[in-house]
Every structure is written in structure tokens, then in C-alpha cells.
Design a binder for this molecule. Structure first.
Ligand code: SAH
Length: 344
């Protein structure tokens, strides 16, 4: 990929209009190009058959269409979940997951190649972070999966590899494009950004006028336990995070979901549930419990069924809504925390 060229798939509609204007073209060309890229998902300028030849040539001199390439697809025999391995133009590998629910098809996208956050239970962080993804590379995960399954994608969770709020601009750019009317028009309410709690970025996101759901990976009832399993907890305290989440709710009217992955003996004791309940009480909080998924490298065990039920009960007794995340695609290592950049 030529870094001097414009990454045209990452451009917002108004930026594309500017580009078209600079090329001395009529305004409606921006709509045509945007639709080719984001509705029809073409991979080259040659396929934009309603553009004049000279414009296609000029565009290919100035711009690149950043594409990702499907290398491998694994389908879970348990629940039909599909895990995709994609190769980027510089040879890096990322993974994405497609899950079928009654309410539609949901795609879990990666936001970085690897991850720098270092959470001890997560496989994505094992070899650190190589680089951020561009908006175009995040979009292409959705476009290529949609082509592969031949069905519409209705939900997106930015919960794959990487910390989305570290790659803030590209992630917000991605959300704006994928939800826009003349692209896939996926409702922002059906898009979830999951973060380990980058406080200044949560505050900034609150003011973007987006309607996305924020999922906060909490995983602990207090700072001590959080610090032991999530290095980011040394930078931002739980109090700062909860305040930032309150602010997000105030500004957007969107309730924050707290993700809590239950690890046997580490954070699944009744006293942990009681402490968590105390901290979240009265906030109208919603907690999503996830039994920790094993990875080859971590030594954690998932919480026992009895403990999960007790944990749930204690939270519910404090009027906290609790859901349990279904573990999907475990047999293909496609579940939370199991995504890595490897091809085997
Ligand atoms: N960096 C972001 C998004 C990626 S992780 C974040 O931290 O939220 C997506 C979700 O999977 C997070 O809630 C994360 O904590 C959870 N997760 C990671 N490893 C897991 C594992 N081994 N088992 C269950 N959930 C895990």
C-alpha cells in the first residue's frame, strides 16, 4: 500500500465530497463512489462502472482502496459461529467473528493488530500491539463477512482484538461510516464499543453525538483485584471509570453495560458480588457475566455453575440487571479473549 495515497474507504462522506470537488467533478459523483465502496463493497476502481474512465484513472492515481483478504474461515459445529482470519495489505493478520442470533447477524470486529493492554486472561494481548487498524480495515471486516454469508449484518460489537479507545479516531470514523444512510446503515444502537476503561476517551466519546452502546470491561469489584488482572487499572481507578460511565449515560442517554468475566477463585466469590453490588447499586446498571474462556496460555478456570448462580442472585437482589453471555464458537477459539493473530 502506498502511504502517500489517500485511503479513500476511510473518508467520511463530506471528505469524499471535498475530494470530488477538488477533482473538478460534479457533486453527485461522491454519492456514486461512496455507494460503490460502502454499499456494494467493491475492491477496485475498475468496478465502479458508472464513473467515466478518466475519473477512475485519476482516482486510482490519487487514492488506494484498502482491502483485506479472507484467508480462512472456521465454522463452529456447536452454534454456527464463524471465525475469520483476514490478511491485511502489509501481511498482518487479524481475526473477526460472526454470530447468528434470533435478532440477526452480529459481527465482532478487531480494532488493532494485537493489543497492548496486557489483561492476564486474554489471548489477544500476548504478543503486544503491532499497529492500529484504519477505519477502512475495520469496515472491510464487516463487508467481507457480509459477502461471505450472503446475508445482512445487523449488529456490530467492537470487541475483537485490540483496545478500540486507544485507536479512537479510526474507530469513531468507522462507526460514522458504517451507520450512515448511504452505507450499510447499521443503527448506532446496534453497535457496541467495548473498552477496558480509558477514562479520557470515554469522556470524549460521550460528546460525539453517537448513539452507540458502551461496554465497560470491569471484571473486578475493587481496584486491588482489578490491578492484579488488568494493568490499565493502575492508570485509572474504578471510581474514575464509574464516574466516566455516569457521564456517558448523562450525555448520551445510553446505559453502560458492565462486562464481568468470572474467573474461579479470583473474582467470583460471594463477597466479590456483594462489593460489586454496592458499587453499582442505584445506577440502573446492567452487568453481563461471562464465564472466563480458557486460552492456551492462561491458567484460569471458569467459575463453577453454582458460583455463577449465586453471583447473579446477589447482584439481582440489589436491583442490578444481569445477563449471562452465551459462549459462542469456543470449539473454534472464537470466543471472547481467544482471538489472536496466528493462522493455525
Ligand atoms: N479491549 C476491549 C475489547 C476487547 S475484549 C475491552 O477490553 O473491552 C472483549 C471482551 O472480552 C472484554 O470484555 C474482555 O474483557 C473479554 N475477555 C477477554 N478475554 C476473555 C476470556 N478469556 N474469557 C472471557 N472474556 C474475555
Amino acid at each position: 500500500m502506498n502511504s502517500q495515497k489517500i485511503d479513500i474507504k476511510s473518508l467520511q462522506y463530506d471528505a469524499l465530497q471535498e475530494l470530488v470537488k477538488d477533482l473538478g467533478q460534479p457533486k453527485y459523483r461522491a454519492g456514486q463512489i461512496f455507494s460503490w465502496l460502502h454499499e456494494k463493497g467493491v475492491r477496485s476502481f475498475e468496478e465502479m462502472t458508472n464513473l467515466p474512465e478518466n475519473l477512475r484513472k485519476e482516482l486510482s492515481e490519487k487514492c488506494d482502496i484498502v482491502n483485506i483478504t479472507k484467508k480462512k474461515v472456521l465454522t463452529s459445529s456447536i452454534d454456527g459461529t464463524k471465525k475469520y482470519l483476514f490478511e491485511l495489505q502489509d501481511g498482518q493478520l487479524i481475526e473477526s467473528v460472526m454470530m447468528r442470533y434470533k435478532h440477526g447477524n452480529s459481527v465482532c470486529v478487531s480494532s488493532q493488530v494485537g493489543c497492548a493492554m496486557g489483561c492476564s486472561f486474554c489471548a489477544s494481548t500476548l504478543n503486544g500491539c503491532v499497529r492500529d487498524l484504519r477505519a477502512s480495515e475495520i469496515l472491510d471486516q464487516v463487508y467481507e463477512i457480509q459477502k461471505d454469508i450472503g446475508e445482512r449484518v445487523s449488529n456490530i460489537v467492537i470487541m475483537g482484538m485490540g483496545e478500540p479507545l486507544i485507536n479512537y479516531d479510526q474507530v469513531v470514523g468507522f462507526v460514522r461510516i458504517v451507520s450512515s444512510e448511504n452505507a450499510l446503515h447499521i443503527s448506532q444502537r446496534n453497535i457496541t464499543i467495548s473498552t477496558c476503561g480509558i477514562v479520557p476517551a470515554i469522556i470524549k466519546l460521550s460528546k460525539e453525538q453517537l448513539k452507540v452502546t458502551l461496554a465497560l470491561s470491569l471484571h473486578a469489584p475493587n481496584d486491588d483485584i482489578r490491578k492484579a488482572i488488568m494493568p490499565i487499572a493502575k492508570k485509572y481507578s474504578m471510581q474514575e471509570i464509574l464516574d466516566a460511565c455516569d457521564f456517558y449515560f448523562q450525555e448520551t442517554g445510553r446505559r453502560v453495560t458492565f462486562e464481568y468475566c468470572l474467573i474461579d477463585q479470583v473474582n467470583d466469590r460471594p463477597e466479590h458480588a456483594r462489593e460489586l453490588a454496592k458499587r453499582l447499586k442505584g445506577k440502573g446498571a446492567h452487568v453481563n457475566l461471562i464465564p472466563v474462556n480458557p486460552t492456551p496460555e492462561n491458567h484460569y478456570h471458569e467459575a463453577k455453575e453454582k458460583e455463577i448462580r449465586l453471583f447473579t442472585q446477589i447482584l439481582e437482589d440489589s436491583q442490578i440487571t444481569v445477563t449471562r453471555r452465551r459462549e459462542m464458537g469456543r470449539d473454534i477459539s472464537g470466543a471472547c479473549g481467544q482471538l489472536v493473530r496466528r493462522s493455525s
